[in-house]
Each structure stands twice: as C-alpha cells, then as structure tokens.
Design a protein around this ligand. Sequence first.
Ligand code: ATR
Length: 274
Amino acid sequence: MQISGKTKITGIFGWPVEHTLSPYMQNAAFSHCGLDYRYLPFLVSPDRLSNAIEAIRSLNMCGVNLTIPHKEASLPFLDSVDEEALAIGAVNTIINTKGRLTGHNTDGRGFATALQEQGITLEGCKALIVGAGGASRAVGHYLSRNAKSLHIYNRTHEKAVALASFLSRTTGNAIVVKDLSFLSDYDIIINATSLGLKDDDPLPLDTDLLSPFQIVCDLIYRQTTLLMKAQQKGCRTANGLGMLLWQGAYAFELWTGTRPPVDVMRTALLSIAK
Ligand code: ATR
C-alpha cells in the first residue's frame, strides 16, 4: 500500500529502540487489514521525551507505544491516564484523540493472554517475580490482582520493597518481598530481570531448586538458558514473545478500533525473532 496524504502514523518511542520487533508485527497487521497506517521506530532520548510526546499532537500522529525508559516517565505529559495504567504506574500505549493524549497499559493483559493461550491460568496460583524494574510492574499488577499470592525478589532489596508497596497500595493486595531460598513454594516463577539477554549472563535463580509441577516464564523474547534448564527439570515454560505479541495486539485495537489479526502478527514476529 502506498503512503498517501491520509496515511496515519503510529510508532514506538524508545532509547535505545533499534532492537524493537514491534514495527514488523504492526505493519504486517495494518497491511493485512488494508488500513492506511504505518508504524515507525523513534529514537527518543529521556531529555526529549516531553517534546516527543508534544509532537504526537503537533504532527497529528494517532498514537505511539513507549518502551524503555519512557513507560514510567511519560505519565506527567499526558492529558489522562486510564485506571489500569495508573495502578501499574507505567504507560506503554498512547492514543491521540483530536489532540487529547490518553495513556494505557496493555502489558499485563498481554502477559495474561499469552499464558492463557498456552493453557496456563494464573488465578489461584502462588507467584514469584524475580526483578523489580520496569518489566516487573505490569506483570506484578496483573498477578497481584489475579494470583492467590505474589512475592517479589530483587537483587537490590529496596527496589523490591518500593515496587511491592506501590502495587500493594494500587491493588489493595499484600505483596511480600522474599529471597530465593524457597523456590519450591511457587506454582509460577517469572524472570523479569535482564539476566538472559546475553548468552553468558548468570542464571537469575538456582534451577536445581525447581520441581516438575512448576511453570517458569521469562519476559525475554527468546528461549533463554533459564527456560532450557527449567524444561530439563520438567517444568512448563513460556518466553516473552507471546506477551510482546498480545500487548501489541491490544495496542493495535486501541489505535484502529479493528480486531487485531493475531496470527498475522505472530507470523511476522516469529519470522524475525531469533
Ligand atoms: P526493565 O525495564 O527491563 O525491567 P530495568 O528497569 O533496568 O529494566 O530492570 C532490570 C532488572 O534486572 C532489575 O530488577 C535489576 O536488578 P537491580 O534492581 O538490582 O538492578 C535486574 N538485574 C539486572 N542485572 C542483574 C544482575 N546482574 N543480577 C541480578 N539482577 C539483575
């Protein structure tokens, strides 16, 4: 489809942004649905974030996704933030409605739908999140509302305490900060640290402590050493590609009002993800 005078522009603001897989799946989805939209990567430094968000209005873009490190920093620059994104404390999708910018967060729903697709339900399970950075927030919010219990561990203890108290406040459910000695207590364990992005990274937890009935998820998009070792222990596993897919599908729906062609988006992602 040609770019025309009516083409609507969406995209992603990140720093860095070169690694993003979202343009592949979003542009495949627009093309499949015959929608005159394009999705572009924008390298936005933290000190330019407010200008970049103002440019969504100035350039009449229909919205953007936000990634590291803008998800939390963007909130003050928006006209409104929906209840879910406020409770998470982060925005991953902005919609521009006639110059009015609203912030949403589709990461938690994306995480849940990706697991449901694999037949994994989070309701009633005892969950542990390892990590207390940006990636932990939406997943932590979803789990604190839907799991039976949620524990958080982080290398920097104070960050785990801060995230647990934030999510406890916004969801009304108690969240406990733990160490990693009792891994067998959990039905589901989620790695939300950056450990595993590089092949020579140490493991985020001791896989010898895992048991076959457990589910181990990694928010990293590919098959990490953690997931391979967990599988060897008989655990069910899920990597972060499903969450990436579904958060993008929900964002697509927010911008276009069209049902997302999830299988087209999945094929586009799988063809590019290594
Ligand atoms: P993201 O937005 O991807 O979550 P982040 O906010 O920088 O990125 O968070 C990275 C997470 O990985 C943090 O929980 C971090 O732990 P600290 O808070 O202690 O920094 C964790 N992490 C990164 N490198 C780590 C390492 N070598 N060992 C343990 N945890 C690590």
